[in-house]
Design a protein around this ligand. Structure first.
Ligand code: FAD
Length: 358
């Protein structure tokens, strides 16, 4: 029986453990410093919105394409996941057109004209001129999903437990320690490294290409009629504008910021005010025309997106005498790529264990 230890209980670790646990022969332990229910600046997953707005290039779109299929199925068929379908509007500002036509920034392909993902969503359509707010050159609309991460992460834990996965707390100094942390007492055949941003500090990995992209948000009780984002803001290069209402009373997330290399864990009140103002300008109906004062705030929050120069790392590596399969560095798309990435991890584990290809 292959012994597998997954390090990390964010969306990446839990999705990997869940998919691996569907293969009945696998014996799986999850070891993590933080678990669903915790809030900590080293733990990104509970802070995410989270929705699916494609950011990859067409060449790298396989992770998002595969994940969209599964998240849509969960939204339609499995309400207890806390995922629902919601319309999404993506606006391209007139003043960003030059940059966008040179390849875009911030959210990569999201704002491109004629994006590859128009064929992904059945209901994708370009917005008419009459539907565009002032200053927008164009925009598109499509039905996507919004995940209430407070419900979804525990749902993943529940699926893992149902399939026999054992979860334990543990703080590793070196990735090689994981091979001795199986709940069976035996040595692990494979270790899965899903430590997110902390892959930059974990012994044996110490990936200096991994840096934070700080994201500040305001969570409010007001409901948004649709999700919204636009290609830039006038406030600063690292400030962005987006809105999404989570399923099942999860609140509405107003964003945000996108500050590369910043580790600051505390919300900045000035940024919070600008976030709310930008949203009200784009969607006055969210506060019934009452402006920023009409927001009913649940909390302010900060998360650090685990960005990796060179892109996500999904590969196998022998460290000391143990095979490690890495899956970290998902920046701002960890949920929307979660199933595609975890499927690749399952394939790599199969290679390590010399299993026939699926
Ligand atoms: P994490 O969630 O950080 O989990 C890492 C795990 O590893 C934790 O359990 C931690 O305790 C454990 N760990 C680390 N080091 C050790 C160690 N040494 N020993 C033991 N355990 C260890 N993504 C989307 O797809 N859609 C969105 O709309 C979206 N919105 C976002 C908005 C904001 C403001 C932010 C900040 C992020 C957003 N993201 C979004 C990105 C998404 O949240 C991340 O990509 C994703 O959560 C990364 O998950 P992870 O499991 O890789 O890392």
């Amino acid at each position: 029986m292959p012994n597998i230890v997954v390090v990390g209980a964010g969306v990446s670790g839990l999705t990997c453990a869940y998919l691996l646990s569907k293969q009945k022969e696998n014996v799986i332990t999850i070891i993590a410093k933080h678990m669903p229910g915790d809030y900590d600046i080293e733990y990104t997953s509970p802070i995410a919105g989270a929705n699916l707005l494609p950011m990859s290039t067409e060449k790298n779109s396989s992770w998002e394409r595969r994940t969209w299929k599964e998240l849509r199925r969960l939204a339609v068929e499995v309400p207890e996941t806390g995922i629902h379908l919601q319309k999404s509007r993506v606006y391209r500002r007139e003043k960003d057109l030059d940059v966008l036509r040179k390849g875009g920034y911030n959210f990569d392909s999201l704002y491109l004209e004629n994006p590859w993902y128009q064929s992904l969503f059945d209901d994708f359509r370009e917005l008419s001129k009459e539907e565009l707010p002032e200053g927008m050159a164009s925009g598109c609309e499509f039905g996507s999903v919004c995940i209430n991460v407070m419900l979804y992460l525990p749902w993943l834990v529940a699926q893992c437990r149902k399939n026999g996965v054992v979860l334990r707390r543990g703080v590793l100094k070196h990735i090689s320690e994981a091979s001795r942390r199986s709940h069976t007492g035996g040595k692990a055949d494979v270790v899965i490294n899903t430590t997110g941003l902390m892959a930059s500090k974990l012994g044996g990995v110490m990936d200096q290409n991994v840096i934070p992209i700080r994201g500040q948000v305001v969570v409010v009780r007001n409901e948004a009629p649709y999700m919204l984002t636009k290609s830039g803001t006038d406030d600063a290069d690292d400030e962005v504008c987006y809105v999404m209402t989570r399923a099942a009373g999860g609140g509405t997330v107003l964003g945000g910021t996108y500050s590369k290399g910043q580790w600051e864990s505390q919300p900045d009140p000035n940024q919070a005010m600008r976030i709310m103002r930008r949203v009200v300008e784009m969607m006055p109906e969210i506060t019934g025309g009452k402006g920023v004062e009409g927001f009913d705030i649940i909390r302010h929050a900060v998360g650090l997106r685990p960005y990796r120069n060179g892109g996500v790392r999904i590969e196998k590596e022998k460290i000391e005498d143990t095979w490690v399969v890495h899956n970290y560095g998902h920046a701002g798309w960890g949920y929307q790529g979660s199933y595609g990435c975890a499927q690749d991890v399952v394939t790599l584990v199969g290679e390590v264990l010399n299993r026939p290809k699926l």
